[in-house]
Design a protein around this ligand. Structure first.
Ligand code: GAR
Length: 207
């Protein structure tokens, strides 16, 4: 039976993409295969990571597509052409519309650098999340992997992992620790979990 075909959507450095690539090369992504990396930012370092791992890449920008509608249409076409079963948002810094997400129920995963429902939703991304956690004064933060629906950061939670705040933390030190201790651990785990579920569903349909 064919493995679950995965597309990873990125916008930046791509350390979470790297964690997925590394998990795949260690044999930990047993039921899935990363088939495509799509960036909405032309110079994203994540694209280089994909190329080094021999994974096909595509750049799709809102500007080139004349706005959000055209952008999402181009995304849908690229995903269909590569016969993608599972979409993983790994530092993808743009919100997808309900029109887009409704086409992929329980087929889009996102990693968020906090324990949802804390420090999430529109405008909460990247370093801003860690700035908010530190200024609130929480003692524990972490990361969440969840399904994506029409509510930003509002879909069903799959995995979470806590990370302690340390004295003297800055947004940057906290971001790094949350990545190392939580995001890079639970994102590959969730990718494998859902890839296995999708394969099992396909097998059932062919019984
Ligand atoms: C990660 O911390 C990811 O959780 C966060 O951006 C960073 C991307 O880093 N995503 C969000 O804040 C989405 N709401 P990466 O490009 O090195 O994976």
């Amino acid at each position: 039976m064919k493995k679950t075909s995965i597309a990873v959507l990125v916008s930046g450095g791509g350390t979470n993409l790297q964690a997925l690539i590394d998990a795949q090369s260690r044999g930990e992504l047993e039921h899935g295969e990363i088939k495509l990396v799509i960036s909405n930012k032309p110079g994203a370092y994540a694209l280089e990571r994909a190329e080094k791992a021999d994974i096909p890449t595509k750049v799709i920008t809102r500007k080139d597509c004349g706005g959000q509608e055209g952008f999402e249409q181009a995304l849908r076409e690229a995903l269909a052409e590569a016969e993608i079963d599972l979409i993983i948002l790994a530092g993808f810094m743009t919100i997808l519309s309900a029109d887009f997400t409704k086409n992929y129920p329980r087929r889009i995963l996102n990693v968020h650098p906090a324990l949802i429902p804390s420090f999430c939703g529109k405008g909460m991304y990247g370093l801003r999340v860690h700035e908010a956690a530190l200024s609130y004064g929480v003692k524990v933060t972490g990361a969440t992997v969840h399904f994506v629906n029409e509510i930003p950061d509002g879909g069903e939670i799959l995995l979470q992992k806590p990370v302690y705040i340390e004295a003297g933390d800055t947004p940057e030190t906290l971001q790094r620790r949350v990545m190392e201790q939580a995001e890079w651990v639970i994102l590959p785990q969730a990718a494998e979990l859902v890839s296995r579920q999708i394969m099992e569903e396909k097998e059932k349909r062919h019984d």
